[in-house]
Design a protein around this ligand. Structure first.
Ligand SMILES: O=C(O)C(=O)C[C@]1(C(=O)O)C=C[C@@H](O)C=C1
Length: 286
């Protein structure tokens, strides 16, 4: 099978793919929407994209694409430990403290915000399409006083020197990646041990004129004693104050109570988009 991921080689997404699907062919894309579109158009059988980070929160590009575009369902989630390092070209190793620019993916920059503020205040921070894209750029420009924030594998792959390890602001740094596919979970043969945790993700649009609408939606889960692990609002992009709600339910869609709760929410006039019902897999070390 082919797996689409945010490239180039050496991104955290690439590492997540290698842990779960070591034998499959990885196809690199430049952006998250391109990966999601590739699986929708059947260029690849699986796409793996970041969904949420423990420090920085949701990956909005992923959530918005799942809501606004036609997508294939989530079939699994991968929880991956994230360690960010500062790296330079070996020719700049002696004067890395004088770097004039630091490049990385916006999520990695945000996860290292306190470090950058403390140690590199005033230095230009430039966003790149991925952490590995930043590392690759550094490797191609030995003459520039620039650094990248990326992982250890990217440093090895692009032959860069790590000058500060573990620069993410809080020790517990994990990213949740989702596996999108038309194939069933069993057919994907994920090479990790699955946990007992099963989630269902839905996106709910409440009629605009309904007072207490969100309360009613949450009540449908509450009185059935269905646990929710996340709720987040995102703009509908139709006007200020118009939102949809993404809800993670800690239960499988096979649970009849979940089905009943969703039916009840729909009968209230809400639109429910089912994004997937899926197991959690944990990657111990990358
Ligand atoms: O740039 C990368 O290496 C990615 O795989 C993307 C991404 C993200 O978007 O969250 C993945 C994990 C880390 O949280 C940082 C960046």
């Amino acid at each position: 099978m082919k797996v689409g991921y945010l490239g180039p080689r050496g991104t955290f997404t690439d590492l997540a793919v290698k842990s779960a699907f070591p034998d499959y062919e990885g196809i690199a894309y430049t952006t998250i929407p391109e990966c999601m579109e590739a699986v929708q158009k059947e260029e690849v059988e699986i796409a793996v994209v970041p969904f949420e980070n423990a420090l920085e929160g949701s990956v909005h590009l992923t959530i918005d694409f799942l809501f606004h575009e036609e997508t294939v369902p989530i079939k699994a989630e991968l929880i991956v430990p994230i360690q960010q390092h500062l790296m330079v070209h070996p020719s700049q190793q002696g004067n890395w403290r004088e770097v004039e620019k630091i490049l990385s993916h916006p999520q990695a920059i945000a996860q290292s915000h306190k470090f950058l503020y403390r140690d590199f205040r005033g230095v230009t921070i430039e966003q790149m399409t991925s952490t590995a894209a930043a590392a690759k750029y550094i490797s191609e420009h030995p003459e520039l006083k620039i650094a990248a924030i990326a992982n250890k594998i990217a440093a090895e792959k692009y032959k860069l020197s790590i000058v500060r390890e573990n620069i993410h602001d809080y020790a517990f740094n994990h990213t949740r990646f989702i596996v999108l596919s038309r194939h069933d979970e069993e057919q994907l043969s994920i090479q990790l041990t699955g946990t007992e945790n099963v989630k269902t993700t839905v996106m709910v649009t409440i009629p605009t004129d309904r007072a207490g609408g969100l309360h009613q939606v949450l009540s449908a889960f509450a009185w059935r004693q269905i646990n929710l692990s996340k709720i987040e609002s995102r703009p509908l992009k139709t006007g200020l104050g118009n939102y949809f709600f993404m809800i993670d339910i800690n239960e499988s869609m096979d649970n009849v109570l979940v089905k009943n709760a969703i039916e009840e929410i729909e009968s209230l006039g809400c639109i429910v988009k089912l994004i997937g019902s899926y197991r959690t897999y944990e990657v111990e070390k990358i």
